[in-house]
Write a protein of this length. Structure first.
Length: 692
């Protein structure tokens, strides 16, 4: 068999950019444009403008002070300009010899010595002026703009761009696809630059509509393929575990909890695989809804798995579920199993045996739940908490374990980060969404304050008052510059400072105030010990990194201090704030910010902190976060392996999202060939990632 031909340097660079097919190149759109269609006189140009001049070289020399550089003086008949090159080739020096007539394009700077251009792009004045703006594309090392432009232009001539949107179904204010792509690669100089830059031009709207339609088609296709598979029927039965748990609870379910519980129960009572997202604000009571769903699976003779992204969150779930379910399961000879990667070998082996035998009716754990050696006897329902923290491969692995039993899973995903409507309509179009839009009674509103870190002493005084009154406090330190090491130093230093500041503070019972420390590098046993002491009220102040972001539930904690709050995302700030206000005491969240060397807080950080003060509504927080940060914050790794939307903007293109959502099912029913061609054009082989 002949060896495959070696790829050229250009082909390798194009592959790194994901540009393999002609359509990939055609859809690789410019970042910006340069106007080489016009020549400007120096006398008419303004300092700071990027312009193209045509002039004669009047002087050219290599100078050596302050460093080696090529200095060229040109005259266009209205003024003179100096061109400076710190990196240059002999061929450039030759082309810029005295007497040469050239065109130079660059930013025009003023100064004591007159007009200057630094490293302008130069070419002979005999070159024909282009008729369209020159595109500047995203690229990688080893792939120059001229080479990429030639590859894209060649692909545009070869590529088939048959219309895949059914005739008469095009959205409003768009151009045909061929015209739109040709224009965006080579726009005419008279184009409205604002419309091109904000992507409201009809050519851009066509590309955004096409992209959104591909997303909707792939999502609906994945949903239909899954609906055709078989899942176990898990119906409720009179007097079963489901009813027993409700009767045994020390609290009443809210109307919202009952409603979403019924939605889930209806889903899993059929053989159509459930694929549902349960969303609810921090503290809305999603765990009990998950427990009730688990009861339905167990009652039908199947096992349930609950997977959480961190050991702290998994353990919180485990404790709650053991408390609720063990008394009901024990008479049946069943139990709740615990599985993490840090378990001792003997304990792990015992848990694996319980899971394989089916004695473990519910398995709670971290990523360890999906490891190869974990074999379920009869897994019928998987629950994934904080689902956006898990990658596609991890969710597919959990589904594969269920499929091994000869059936497709019922899958319940939970998120305390509410999904904005446009995001639910686009990236989550393949899911049914249940929303707990009501907090349990007794939750205390949390007052939020924003303070500069220059008022740190005032905050420490507030902490002293809280702990001496018998309350507890969180102090959260950020991950600075993505460095665990720096993060650790920051948390440790804060722990030492607070320990010193509170050394003489006393709890109401007379004992000293203990300051605890919790971070990701601590041994698991030490983490558990610290959390246990805090939950039991023996630690008054817990200095922590973001490991306490989700799942931690200590009703006596009434004050949350978040240091360097400007470094956190909005949804993360909201999650952290949700750790307090869980009891009857008045609670507060202090956002300490640092202005850094600039002395000013950035506009984006200011918007985030303002949103935290103005609203405690998780759905409003989510909407603002989408505006500020885009969809990646909400999606996490859901689309891992497939791109986020490259062209469409969910904040401004709601009409196109709605158009695509309405058209997709009709295309699949009545124009299947066009739908398949459209998905292939835009996603190629990446659509499978949308199935997880």
């Amino acid at each position: 068999m002949p060896a495959a031909p070696q790829k050229s340097v250009t082909e390798k660079a194009l592959t790194r950019l994901g540009l393999v097919r002609d359509i990939d190149l055609a859809l690789h759109l410019p970042l910006r444009y340069e106007d080489e269609t016009r020549v400007v006189k120096l006398a008419d140009a303004r300092e700071g403008d990027t312009v193209q001049i045509e002039a004669v070289v009047t002087a050219s020399e290599v100078a050596y002070r302050p460093r080696r550089q090529l200095l060229v003086t040109v005259d266009d008949g209205t003024d003179t300009c100096s061109l400076r090159f710190f990196n240059f080739y002999p061929s450039q020096q030759k082309a810029l010899a005295v007497g040469a007539r050239i065109r130079a394009r660059g930013e025009l700077r003023g100064g004591f010595l007159g007009l200057t251009m630094m490293h302008p792009v130069c070419k002979s004045a005999t070159a024909v002026l282009p008729e369209a703006l020159t595109p500047v594309y995203p690229t990688v090392a080893g792939l120059a703009q001229p080479t990429l432009r030639r590859a894209i232009d060649a692909a545009l001539k070869r590529v088939q761009l048959d219309e895949t949107v059914p005739e008469g179904h095009e959205p409003a204010r768009v151009w045909p696809l061929r015209r739109a792509l040709d224009f965006l690669h080579h726009p005419t100089p008279d184009v409205s630059l604002p419309a091109l830059e904000d992507r409201s031009h009809p050519a851009w709207r066509r590309l955004k509509a096409e992209e959104l339609l591909a997303q909707q088609l792939s999502q609906f296709t994945a949903r239909r393929e899954r609906d055709a598979l078989q899942a176990p029927r898990l119906p409720a039965r009179a007097g079963g575990l489901h009813e027993q748990l409700i009767a045994a609870l020390p609290f009443a379910l809210t109307a919202a909890q009952r409603r979403v519980g019924e939605e889930i129960a209806r889903d899993i009572a059929t053989t159509r695989p459930m694929h549902r997202l349960l969303q609810g604000d921090v503290g809305s009571g999603k765990t009990i809804v998950a427990a009730l769903a688990a009861c339905l699976a167990i009652d039908s003779g199947w096992q349930c798995a609950l997977m959480a992204p961190t050991e702290i969150l998994a353990e919180q779930h485990f404790r709650k579920l053991v408390g609720w379910l063990e008394p009901l399961l024990a008479p049946l000879g069943r139990r709740v199993a615990w599985l993490t990667g840090t378990q001792k070998k003997k304990g792990r082996a015992a848990m694996l045996a319980l899971i394989a035998s089916g004695e473990a009716a519910l398995v709670v754990g971290t990523h360890a739940v999906i490891q190869d050696q974990v074999q379920f006897e009869r897994l019928g329902l998987a629950i994934i908490d904080e689902q956006h923290r898990f990658g596609v491969a991890q969710r597919l692995a959990l589904r594969a374990k269920m499929a091994a039993a000869g059936s497709e899973p019922h899958l319940l995903m939970m998120s305390a980060t509410p999904i904005p409507r446009t995001l639910a309509m686009s990236y989550y179009a393949d899911l049914d969404v249940s929303t707990i839009d009501e907090l349990p009674p007794g939750r205390t509103p949390v007052v939020t304050r924003v303070l500069a870190d220059t008022r740190r002493d005032d905050v420490v005084a507030r902490i002293r008052a809280q702990v001496e009154a018998g309350r507890q406090v969180y102090w959260v330190c950020p991950l600075i510059e993505e460095s665990e090491a720096v993060d650790l130093v920051n948390a440790t230093a804060t722990h030492e400072q607070l320990s010193a500041a509170l050394h003489d503070a006393r709890m109401p019972q007379g004992g000293p105030v203990l300051v605890g420390l919790l971070h990701s590098r601590m041994p698991v046993a030490e983490k558990k010990a610290v959390m246990t002491l805090f939950e039991e009220g023996l630690i008054g102040v817990l200095v922590s990194t973001t490991v306490i972001e989700v799942g931690v539930d200590v009703p006596n904690a009434s004050l949350m201090v978040i240091e360097h709050a400007e470094r956190f995302g909005l949804s993360q700030l909201h999650q952290l704030r949700g750790r307090v206000g869980r009891g009857a005491a008045a609670s507060a969240c202090v956002l300490l910010y640092s202005t850094g060397d600039s002395g000013r807080l950035g506009e984006t950080a200011r918007e985030r902190l303002r949103a935290m003060v103005e609203t405690a509504d998780g759905f409003e927080i989510a909407r603002r976060d989408l505006e500020i940060r885009g969809p990646g914050e909400f999606l996490g790794a859901r689309q891992s392996g497939a791109p986020l939307l490259r062209f469409a903007d969910l904040a401004t293109d709601v009409d196109l999202v709605e158009w695509a959502r309405a058209l997709a099912p009709e295309m699949l029913d009545s124009h299947a060939a066009l739908a398949a061609a459209h998905i292939d054009r835009w996603l190629g082989g990446r659509a499978q990632y949308l199935k997880a």
